[in-house]
Write a protein that binds this ligand. Structure first.
Ligand code: PLP
Length: 390
C-alpha cells in the first residue's frame, strides 16, 4: 500500500497486512494514538480458551480497560480480575456480573473491600494476616485465595517480591482465614509477565505444587488454583501460539497438581497486546558528534506517554516505518519530554532505517497492553496516549 503524507515528497510504503495496520497507515492522527482492533481481542480470547480447557479466563483489566474491550469480553462470557474499586465499578457499569469478578490485588483499602462486598464480589486475594483481617471485617464469610510468591520467574517482565508469601506463611494464612470465618479456597500466583514459553512455568509449578500438597495434607480442602497471567505477546522473539501455549501450561498444571476443580487464568498482555498498534511520529533525528556511532531518534511518544514498559529494555517493541527496506543502522530511541529518563532503547539500540527523519509516521506493533494505562495525564505538557477502537 502506498500512502502520501504532507511534508513528504515521495510516496512512502508501509507493509500493510491487516485491517489494523491499514487503518494505522492511512488515518489522520494529531497526537500519539493507540488503535485497537476489538475483533482481534475476540479471536485471541477464543484461541486462549481453546487451550485452557476447563479454566475460566479472568481478564486482568489493568492491561487495557478500554470499554469496547470490556464490553466485548463480557459478551463473550469472560470473567475479570480487578485490582481496585475503580476497575470493579467499570466492569459492573458495563454489565459484568459481580460473581464473575475477583478482587485480586493483595493490597486493598478497607473501604474498598467494604464497597466490593456490598457490590456482590465474593472472591478476594491475600498474602498477609492483616489483609485477611480486613477482609474478614468488611467482607465476612468471603472466599479467599492466598497468593504465593514466585522466586523462579523466567519472565521478561518479572513481578519482583512485591506480591505473595512463602509456603510456611501461606499454610498459616489458610488456617488463620478459617479462624476468621472466611472460606480459604486455594492459591494464586503469577509466573511473571511475558513468560515466552510454557516450559518456563515448569520450575515455578513444581515449587508451588509442594505448597498445594502440604495444604491438602494439612486437611485443607482446596478447590481453586489461580494461575495468574504471563501469557506472552509477540514482540519479535519466538513464542508459542496462544492455544498451544495455554494447553501446554494446563498440561503442566494437571501433571503437577492433579485435577483441580476450579482453575482461573488471568491473561492481560496475552489477550490484548496484539490487538493494538500505536501510531506516533519522528520528531527529531540527530548525532551528538561527527564521530557518534549512533543516531538518536526522538519520537512523539515516550516512557511517560505510553511506553513505560521499555524500562529495563526487556520488552522490545517492533517499529514499522515508511522507510522500511532502506539501509538500517543502530539508533538510540527516546521520547519527547525534557526528562533524561525518557529514553526507550539505549543499552541495546534499535536498528532503524537511516533515512528516517522528522515528520515520518512510525507505527509500534502489538502495543495493546500496558500502554494507555501507563500514560501520564500530561507530563511536560505532552498529551496522554489517545485510544481509538476500530
Ligand atoms: C497484571 C496481572 C495479571 C496479568 O498479567 P499478564 O502478564 O499481563 O498476563 C494477572 N493477574 C494479576 C494478579 C495481575 O496483577
Amino acid at each position: 500500500m502506498t500512502v502520501m503524507f504532507a511534508g513528504v515528497s515521495a510516496p512512502v510504503r508501509f507493509p500493510v497486512s491487516n485491517r489494523l495496520e491499514k487503518f494505522c497507515a492511512t488515518a489522520e492522527f494529531d497526537k500519539p494514538t493507540l488503535v485497537l482492533d476489538v475483533d482481534r481481542v475476540e479471536q485471541q480470547y477464543h484461541a486462549l480458551k481453546a487451550g485452557l480447557g476447563h479454566a475460566d479466563i479472568h481478564y486482568a483489566v489493568k492491561a487495557n480497560p478500554h470499554r469496547d474491550i470490556l464490553e466485548r469480553l463480557i459478551a463473550l462470557g469472560s470473567h475479570f480480575d480487578c485490582a481496585s474499586r475503580g476497575e470493579i465499578e467499570l466492569c459492573l457499569s458495563l454489565g459484568a456480573k459481580p460473581e464473575t469478578i475477583s478482587y485480586g490485588n493483595t493490597v486493598k483499602r478497607s473501604v474498598d473491600i467494604d464497597y466490593a462486598h456490598r457490590a456482590g464480589i465474593t472472591m478476594f486475594s491475600a498474602d498477609a494476616e492483616e489483609e485477611l483481617e480486613k477482609i474478614a471485617e468488611h467482607a465476612p464469610g468471603a472466599q479467599v485465595y492466598i497468593r504465593l510468591i514466585v522466586e523462579l520467574s523466567q519472565a521478561d517482565w518479572p513481578l519482583s517480591r512485591k506480591f505473595g508469601c512463602d509456603k510456611a506463611t501461606a499454610l498459616g494464612l489458610l488456617d488463620y482465614a478459617k479462624v476468621l470465618g472466611l472460606k480459604p479456597v486455594g492459591f494464586s500466583f503469577h509466573v511473571g509477565s511475558q513468560t515466552r514459553r510454557a516450559e518456563m512455568w515448569d520450575a515455578t509449578l513444581d515449587r508451588l505444587a509442594e505448597t498445594w500438597n502440604a495444604a491438602k495434607d494439612g486437611g485443607h480442602e482446596l478447590t481453586l488454583l489461580n494461575i495468574g497471567g504471563g501469557f506472552p505477546a509477540f514482540y519479535g522473539e519466538a513464542i508459542e501460539g496462544p492455544t498451544d501455549y495455554a494447553s501446554n501450561v494446563m498440561a503442566l498444571v494437571t501433571a503437577k497438581f492433579g485435577h483441580v476443580p476450579r482453575v482461573m487464568a488471568e491473561p492481560g498482555r496475552g489477550l490484548v497486546a496484539e490487538a493494538g498498534m500505536i501510531v506516533a511520529e519522528v520528531v527529531l533525528t540527530s548525532r551528538k558528534s561527527d564521530r557518534d556511532m549512533h543516531r538518536w531518534v526522538y519520537l512523539s511518544i515516550g516512557r511517560f506517554s505510553g511506553l513505560a514498559e521499555t524500562e529495563g529494555e526487556a520488552i522490545r517493541y517492533q517499529f514499522v516505518t515508511p522507510r522500511d527496506g532502506d539501509p538500517v543502522g543502530p539508533c538510540i530511541m527516546a521520547g519527547p519530554s525534557c526528562d533524561s529518563a525518557d529514553v526507550l532503547y539505549e543499552k541495546r539500540p534499535m536498528n532503524l532505517p537511516l533515512t528516517l527523519k522528522a515528520g515520518d509516521r512510525i507505527m509500534i506493533k502489538n502495543t495493546g497492553a500496558y500502554t494507555s494505562t501507563y500514560s501520564s495525564v500530561c507530563f511536560n505538557g505532552f498529551p496522554p496516549l489517545d485510544v481509538v477502537a476500530i
